[in-house]
Design a protein around this ligand. Structure first.
Ligand code: ACO
Length: 316
C-alpha cells in the first residue's frame, strides 16, 4: 500500500518584493531578472517566522482533509531554512498545531518535498501510518547575501503542505544524490572559537552556470524516468509540476519533452524559487484554480544543492 494526496494547503509571507524594489539596493534591473530567469517578484518573510508560515499551510491542508492534530501519525518537514538549527521545523510546527505524533525534518534542498514523500511512502508501505502531514517550507531570504545580485534575485519564501492517506495515488517516485557540494551551498553559521571573534556571516554561494547545466539534464531525465517507471508515456501526463528555479530551465524541458507546453504549471513570475516549497505551493494553487480532475496524472521534478534531484508521478 502506498499513498494518495488527500488535500493541499499553502501560505505566503505578506511582504512582496518586486524586481523594481530590489533595484533600489542591488545593482540589477527588472529587464535582466525577467529575461534571464522569468522572475518578476518574490514574497519575503519580514514579519513571519517560518514556523508560522508552515503551520498555516498545514492548518489549511488539514482543514481541507477534515483531519485534526490528533489524527496525524507523522509530520515531515522539508526545509533548509528552519527557524532553529535545533529543534527541527517539524517540532516547532508540531507545537504550533498541537499535534503529538513523531515529527522530523528532511534536508534535501529543492527536491526536499519529493524526498519527504519518499520517506512517507515507506511508512505507508510498512503500515505504520494512516495520516501523514508533509510540509515544505522555506525562508530563503534569510540565506541570501542581499548585496550579491547573482543569488538574491532568484529566491522567495513560502510554504506548501499536503495530507497523505493510504492509497494508490503514487505511481512512481525516484530520488538521487550526486555528492557534489561545491556548486551550490550555504556554509554553517560559525560560533565563537575560544578566545577569538565570531566567524564570518554565512550566505548562499552558487555557481549559476554549473547548476543550470545540471538542472536541464536532471529535469528531462527525471521526468522521463518517472513516467517510464509508472508504465506510462509522456502523452499520458495531464500536468507537469517542474521545480520553479528558472523559466529558461522550464522552457528547455518544454522543448525536449513530448508534453504540450500548456500542461506545464508555472508560478515563477510571482513567487520566484521557494526551494522545497515550490511543488506543494504549485499543487495547492493549481487545485484551487480547478485545474486538476480526479484521476489526472501529475509529473513532478526538482533539483538542488547536493546535488540532489527527484521526480514522481502521482494520480490526483
Ligand atoms: N543583474 C544584473 N546582472 C547580473 C545579475 C543580476 N541580478 N546576476 C549576474 N549578472 C551579471 C554577471 O555579473 C555577468 O556579468 P559579466 O558578464 O560582466 O561578468 C552576467 O550577468 C552574466 O552572468 P551569468 O552568470 O553568465 O548569467 P546566466 O545567464 O548564467 O544567468 C543565472 C545566471 C540566472 C543564475 C543562471 O545561471 C541560472 O539560473 N542558473 C541556475 C540557478 C538555479 O537554478 N539555482 C537554483 C537551483 S537549486 C535550488 O533551487 C536551491
Amino acid at each position: 500500500m502506498s499513498f494518495s494526496i488527500l488535500s493541499t494547503g499553502r501560505a505566503l509571507p505578506k511582504t512582496i518584493l518586486t524586481n523594481e524594489e530590489l533595484c533600489s539596493f542591488v545593482d540589477t534591473t527588472d529587464e535582466w531578472i525577467r529575461s534571464r530567469t522569468g522572475i518578476g517578484q518574490r514574497h519575503v518573510c519580514m514579519e513571519e517566522s517560518l514556523t508560522e508560515l508552515a503551520a498555516e499551510a498545514a492548518r489549511r491542508a488539514m482543514a481541507s482533509a477534515g483531519v485534526g492534530p490528533g489524527d496525524l501519525d507523522l509530520i515531515l518537514c522539508a526545509t533548509i531554512s528552519s527557524d532553529y538549527i535545533t529543534p527541527s521545523l517539524a517540532c516547532t510546527v508540531q507545537e504550533a498545531i498541537g499535534a503529538s505524533c513523531p515529527a522530523f525534518d528532511v534536508s534535501a534542498a529543492c527536491p526536499g518535498f519529493l524526498f519527504a514523500l519518499d520517506v512517507a511512502d515507506g511508512y505507508f508501505a510498512r503500515g505504520r501510518a494512516k495520516r501523514i502531514l508533509v510540509i515544505a517550507a522555506e525562508a530563503m531570504s534569510r540565506l541570501m547575501d542581499w548585496r550579491d545580485r547573482s543569488t538574491c534575485v532568484l529566491f522567495g519564501d513560502g510554504a506548501g503542505a499536503v495530507v497523505l492517506g493510504p492509497g494508490e495515488g503514487l505511481r512512481s517516485l525516484s530520488i538521487q544524490t550526486q555528492g557534489r557540494t561545491n556548486v551550490l551551498y550555504v556554509p554553517a553559521a560559525r560560533g565563537n572559537l575560544p578566545g577569538r571573534a565570531r566567524g564570518p556571516e554565512s550566505y548562499a554561494v552558487m555557481d549559476g552556470q554549473e547548476v543550470f547545466k545540471f538542472a536541464v539534464t536532471a529535469m528531462c531525465r527525471g521526468l522521463r524516468g518517472s513516467i517510464r517507471d509508472a508504465g506510462l508515456s509522456e502523452a499520458d501526463i495531464d500536468w507537469v509540476l517542474p521545480h520553479q528555479a528558472n523559466m529558461r530551465i522550464i522552457e528547455f524541458a518544454m522543448s525536449k519533452m513530448k508534453i504540450p507546453r500548456e500542461r506545464f504549471l508555472i508560478n515563477i513570475e510571482r513567487l520566484a524559487n521557494t526551494s522545497a516549497a515550490c511543488i506543494p505551493i504549485l499543487l495547492d494553487e493549481s487545485r484551487e484554480q480547478g485545474k486538476f480532475k480526479k484521476g489526472d496524472l501529475l509529473a513532478m521534478c526538482a533539483f538542488g544543492a547536493g546535488l540532489t534531484s527527484a521526480s514522481a508521478v502521482i494520480r490526483w
